[in-house]
Design a protein around this ligand. Structure first.
Ligand SMILES: [Zn+2]
Ligand SMILES: [Zn+2]
Length: 177
């Protein structure tokens, strides 16, 4: 999916995409699945591009849901994700090498493009990857699973509590005697 900056209106331009209609977003959905994060429902993205020659400011928002496995209790659950990003693009001057652009863009958070094409696929792919949670918990208060019997403690107490009293502190008490 290529965006042609020369075709943009001065000021704000609004775009809306969904993997239900836009094949290139479907490709990103496939990559999310390959990384163990299958999407539940379509990937949706909105983007506002503000043309401020020679720069273009992209403000985007991703909305989708992903199937996750809880890091604590191993239950499957669906996590809704909403992620915003902002990027600036500038037209590269051919006199300067690509490496110089890269060094400048690392410092300034500016992406460079040559010619009249901005490829949206790598841009959005990176943002979808960044939007994935680092740690996934089914709920902030997830109690996890019992280390002894393996029961999901969110579903209730398992009765292993008495065994848990055999903690290292018990041994220390014994040593004191
Ligand atoms: Zn959990
Ligand atoms: Zn237990």
């Amino acid at each position: 999916m290529k965006l042609k900056p020369s075709l943009l209106e001065p000021g704000e331009n609004h775009f809306s995409y969904s993997s239900a209609n836009d094949k290139w977003l479907g490709q990103i959905a496939d990559r999310l699945s390959a990384q163990g994060h299958p999407a539940k429902g379509p990937l949706k993205a909105r983007m506002k591009v503000t043309k401020l020659e020679p720069d273009y400011v992209f403000a985007g928002e991703l909305e989708y849901s992903v199937e996750c496995t809880c890091d604590r209790c191993a239950e499957q659950f669906v996590l809704p994700i909403s992620h915003r990003f902002e990027l600036a693009f500038a037209r590269a001057n051919k006199a300067v090498s690509a490496q110089d652009f890269q060094e400048q863009s690392d410092q300034l958070d500016i992406e460079w493009f040559v010619g009249d094409d901005i490829d949206l696929l790598p841009l959005f792919e990176e943002q979808f990857m960044l939007s994935l949670p680092y740690k996934t918990l089914c709920r902030a208060t997830c109690k996890g699973i019992c280390q002894q019997c393996g029961k999901n403690l969110n579903e209730g107490d398992c009765g292993c509590a008495t065994a848990a009293k055999d903690s290292p502190f018990k041994i220390i008490e014994t040593l004191k005697v």
